[in-house]
Design a protein around this ligand. Structure first.
Ligand code: ADP
Length: 301
């Protein structure tokens, strides 16, 4: 398909929403949702006057219901819009509220698109200062559709040092040069057609780790930077710190690309337990070092 930047449909803001921050990753399991959830809570914690929403468009594997300890059917407003569910002061909407938990989401493309349309346009957010959007991993129709439909203030890319360490810096640089990433400033907007295939045919798992960076709408000023998740492991007993996947991989890659590293999140049992029990760390242990790592990132955003 020929999706050229010039032919993009017009983006329309989500009613009542001032800023949209998307949280993306090249692949699953790197902590994207954990980051999105804690970032939303951190934005609220850093400035209590701000109204924050969290939109989970990871339609194939929604995590927000579990992480935010929410379930149920959104009520409809008078104008037939869905009301977000509220917990820990965050207004949340997720595909997980609209389908049964046990129901596997094996959807056709069209159904996915209509679900996305619903999540983007049929929610009554009221007034929000920030809407944090948890994207599906990788690149695909959902990411493209979101970035084409709504104006995105900034994208936060979550990666692990392992993925980044896998990337040969030169190969990475060459790849980005070929897909015209502005960090290597060849073209302010990449022409979409062909480049994905080009990249896939060069295909390396390394490339997948940072694939969202190719999406034209997320580039340039819109990429706020990288979050290096699971960067360091601290032994709960002896407090010794180990860089399991090597230190500073993200920093080097970011430098190569002219991107900022927004922060490092340690690999920590508390983060996992907090997420998995629906008590995100920024809410449940705001004084912990782990929570502070997210709070610092929220300041950068
Ligand atoms: P993704 O959204 O990228 O698929 P998740 O946010 O769902 O990833 O995280 C995958 C798993 O890793 C979850 O069980 C989560 O609790 C855990 N996790 C994420 N970040 C950390 C971290 N920094 N330390 C410990 N566990 C983490």
């Amino acid at each position: 398909t020929q999706i050229m930047s010039r032919g993009l449909p017009k983006q329309k803001p989500i009613e009542g929403v001032k800023q949209v921050i998307v949280v993306a990753s090249g692949k699953g399991g790197v902590g994207k949702s954990t980051t999105a959830v804690n970032l939303a809570l951190a934005l609220a914690a850093n400035d209590s006057s701000k109204a924050i929403g969290l939109l989970d468009v990871d339609v194939y594997g929604p995590s927000v219901p579990k992480m935010m300890n929410l379930k149920g059917n959104p009520e409809l407003s008078q104008s037939n819009l869905m009301r977000p569910l509220l917990n820990y002061g965050i207004a949340c909407m997720s595909m997980g509220f609209l389908v049964e938990e046990s129901e596997p989401v094996v959807w056709r493309g069209l159904m996915v698109m209509s679900a996305i349309e619903k999540l983007l346009r049929q929610v009554d957010w009221g007034q929000l200062d920030y809407l944090v959007v948890d994207m599906p991993p990788g690149t695909g129709d959902v990411q493209l559709s979101v970035s084409q439909n709504i104006p995105i203030t900034g994208a936060v890319i979550v990666s692990t040092p392992q993925d980044i360490a896998l990337m040969d810096a030169h190969k990475g640089a060459e790849m980005f040069r070929r897909v015209h990433v502005p960090g290597l400033a060849l073209s302010p907007r990449l022409e979409y057609s062909g480049t994905i295939t080009e990249l896939t045919s060069a295909s390396t798992s390394q490339a997948q780790a940072i694939l969202p960076l190719q999406l034209p709408e997320w580039l340039g000023p819109q990429v706020l930077g990288l979050v290096q998740n699971m960067s360091v492991f601290q032994c709960p007993k002896c407090k010794h710190k180990t860089h399991i996947f090597g230190a500073d991989g993200a920093r080097k890659l970011a430098q190569t690309l002219g991107l900022e590293v927004l922060g490092d999140i340690p690999l920590h049992l508390n983060i996992r337990e907090a997420s998995d029990t629906g008590q995100p760390i920024v809410f449940s242990q705001p004084e912990s070092d782990e929570a502070k790592a997210y709070l610092r990132i929220a300041v950068e955003v």
